[in-house]
Design a protein around this ligand. Structure first.
Ligand code: PEP
Length: 255
């Protein structure tokens, strides 16, 4: 399986800044067959960046989209509109869940809409600090996984990527902590157990699972060698070109 290195730019970089970044990174990295490099700019950047993109080196992801393809939904963009522009879409990021109140039902519809439109969903799941403290991590993971995948058939699960992002480890969270490889390994094991329950043992092993939460060049290697981890979802460090490139190089080496 490839290693996935996904940069989530969130609400950073306007079109000009994003274009300069893309220009620079495409000069710095080669076509790494075993490492899939993906960046997720703001929606407004997707069209111009798609024209500038060297798809042999880097792919685009959207950060969000609405689950209906068209209609009276003021302010939304659809997966149907993103078709052809992006290969991936981040869905259910903790900022969408906790700032924009997206629940598992809505997230499931978005996952289904992405697949319907030929876009691979990167389904984000993860517990908040108090849930971990109260021993609820396994239940939260199960609920978010069963909820988010409720509309995904056994035929389509191969299109899905899961990102385990403990919310307490995301760098923008107040008093963020660093997750240890053991903590990650335990939850990744739970995720595979749940996937096995829904889709069977073989498929459970084939779904890529990414880790996200304060990934930096200094810890990327350790996280990428956690059993069952197939890539990284990176926020803050993906905004710093040299750090993101460093993480890509680490992924290439670890592979
Ligand atoms: C994220 O928000 O998805 C994330 C992983 O951010 P950071 O790398 O900054 O913790």
């Amino acid at each position: 399986m490839k290693t996935f290195i996904v940069g989530n730019w969130k609400l950073n970089f306007n079109v000009g800044e994003a274009s300069v970044y893309l220009h620079k990174i495409q000069r710095k990295i080669a076509n790494y067959r075993d490492v899939e490099v993906v960046v997720a700019p703001t929606a407004l950047c997707l069209q111009p960046l798609s024209l500038q993109l060297d798809r042999s080196k880097i792919k685009l992801a959207a950060q969000n989209a609405f689950y209906r393809d068209f209609g009276a939904f003021t302010g939304e963009i659809s997966f149907a509109e993103l078709k052809g522009l992006v290969n991936y879409c981040i869905i259910g990021h903790s900022e969408r869940r906790y700032i924009f109140h997206e629940d598992d039902k809505m997230i499931a519809k978005k996952v289904a809409a992405a697949i319907r439109n030929g876009i691979r969903p990167i389904l984000c799941i993860g517990e908040i600090e108090s849930e971990r403290a109260f021993g609820e991590t396994a239940d939260v993971i199960k609920d978010q996984l069963f909820g988010g995948l409720s509309e995904v058939s056994v035929e389509d699960i191969s299109k899905v990527l899961i990102a385990y992002e403990p919310v307490w480890a995301i760098s923008s969270t107040k008093d963020a902590k660093i997750a240890t490889p053991d903590e990650i390994a335990e939850v990744v094991g739970l995720i595979r157990e749940n996937l096995k329950e829904i889709y069977g043992a073989k498929i459970a092993e084939e779904v890529p699972i990414l880790f996200g939460g304060s990934v930096k060049p200094t810890n990327a290697g350790a996280y990428l060698t956690v059993p069952g981890v197939n890539g990284l979802l990176i926020g803050g460090a993906s905004l710093i070109l040299d750090e993101f490139v460093d993480i890509i190089e680490t992924a290439k080496r670890v592979k």
